[in-house]
Design a protein around this ligand. Structure first.
Ligand code: FDA
Length: 411
């Protein structure tokens, strides 16, 4: 418990009131640490509110380290093993929040992601955490005594209108929970990376992840008026492969399979789609040729693809004719093309619409057990600011909870 005779400083200051910062604050607060959380937006947890279409895909019951990208794929193991999806689910259930599994272990609130934010803020309140919103940290210095001195000022970020607090704070532990660069209008900033560099940490190059891909030139023209068409594909880039829906957009391609593969793709890397992943396409085309010799290819393809898409395939890429007219050389060729469909993306939609930021604070300089800096005692990094990025499907929040929890036990 808190010693009332201790001077009125902070034991822990957490910068950033997102998923990882809130979890870290409540965990440290439960240990009796005097925790102050500073958030520069006008409220905490804005990304949680936006997430999962307003229902927050708050975890994935099948989370394993294989669901994360990082220069060091082993880094996430310890924290994930010590704070599991079942731990977070227990908190959700204790707060009476109803939830359901949508697919593939993805858990969503039945009602609203507001319930998750309210739960975390209530747990912070119970743990005695002081939360200052609309407040920016403008400067951080190491003190001679081994802690940190911070200056704060009213903020105008993320919907704030300058109503925050100007103060100088001292703290023994400082937790950087400022997230990534995705969606600047929700409060995202590069402040955590600047702090990391200031204290001698390496920041690995960042780029947008879980993001729609853009097409340009003739590659866009071919798909242009197909916006809204969705199909089930298998997207492949290197060794990564995701079977799920793809959506044609006005600017390019989106949908779960494309968002997932976008985290593995970079300009210059080959990106291939299997447009009929559940079919032996060649056998199926030969069988259709025997069964429907007079049917045109676009009609046959229209049985397995949206009609507009089947028609476009036969306008741009394949010669359309009755099935009986295809030679036994042509149909295997079409089958091969459908199974290895190249996508020449011009880029991504960038941080404006990306769900996550790849790269970030190099985990080499951070303890995987506690998230503590190996260079600066008392400094911690949690959540997305670190070079750990999850797949689509609740994995990023599970990383935020697990890393926040690990630091909250140590800070
Ligand atoms: P997060 O970004 O949540 O929090 C960082 C906080 O720090 C923000 O509140 C920011 O305002 C604050 N901050 C930044 N700089 C600051 C400064 N200088 N001073 C003070 N405060 C500062 N994941 C998932 O698992 N399931 C899902 O359903 C979704 N859905 C989803 C939808 C959308 C639209 C987005 C953009 C993202 C998702 N995600 C997701 C990803 C998930 O939201 C993300 O990985 C976590 O929120 C990361 O948590 P952090 O706490 O690390 O950062």
């Amino acid at each position: 418990m808190t010693d009332p005779n201790r001077p009125p400083e902070n034991d822990v200051v957490v910068i950033g009131g997102g998923a990882a910062g809130l979890m870290c604050a409540l965990t440290a607060g439960r240990r009796g640490r005097r925790v102050r959380l500073i958030e520069h937006a006008n409220r905490c947890g804005k990304k949680i509110l936006m997430s999962g279409g307003g229902r927050c895909n708050f975890t994935n019951t099948g989370t394993t380290p294989a669901n994360f990208l990082s220069a060091n794929p082993h880094f996430c193991k310890s924290a994930l093993a010590r704070y599991r999806p079942t731990d977070f689910i227990a908190m959700v259930e204790a707060h009476g929040i109803a939830y359901h599994e949508k697919e593939l272990g993805q858990l969503f609130c039945d009602e609203s992601s507001k319930q998750i934010v309210a739960m975390l803020i209530e747990e912070c309140r119970r743990a005695g955490v002081r939360i200052d919103t609309a407040t920016a940290v403008t400067e951080v210095m190491a003190t001679t005594g081994g802690g940190f001195r911070l200056r704060t000022a009213p903020s105008r970020e993320g919907g704030s209108r300058g109503e925050g607090i100007a103060a100088t704070l001292e703290t023994a532990s400082l937790v950087v929970a400022t997230g990534g660069l995705s969606i600047p209008s929700l409060g995202a900033s590069g402040f955590g990376y600047e702090l990391a560099r200031q204290f001698g940490h390496t920041v690995l190059p960042t780029r947008a992840g879980l993001v729609p891909l853009t097409l340009s030139g003739k590659h866009q023209e071919h798909y242009a008026d197909l916006a809204g068409v969705a199909l089930h594909v298998s997207a492949r880039c290197g060794k990564a492969r995701f079977d799920n829906a793809m959506l044609v957009t006005h600017r390019g391609l989106s949908g779960p399979s494309i968002l997932q593969i976008s985290s593995y793709w970079e300009p210059g890397k080959e990106l291939l789609l299997d447009l009929l992943p559940e079919h032996d396409i060649e056998a199926w085309l030969l069988e259709r040729q025997a069964a429907q010799p007079a049917a045109e290819l676009k009609t046959v393809l229209g049985d397995v693809f949206p009609k507009r898409f089947a028609q476009r395939l036969c306008e741009v890429w394949f010669k359309n004719k009755p099935m009986r007219q295809y030679t036994h050389h042509e149909l295997p060729n079409i089958a091969r093309q459908l199974a290895h469909w190249p996508i020449v993306a011009s880029g991504t939609e960038g941080y404006r619409t990306a769900e996550v930021t790849l790269g970030g604070v190099d985990t080499d300089g951070v303890s995987s057990a506690t998230m503590a800096s190996k260079h600066v005692p008392g400094l911690f990094f949690v959540g997305e600011v670190l070079d750990v990025t999850g797949w689509l499907g609740g994995y990023n929040f599970q990383w935020a909870w697990a890393s926040g929890h690990a630091a909250g036990l140590a800070a």
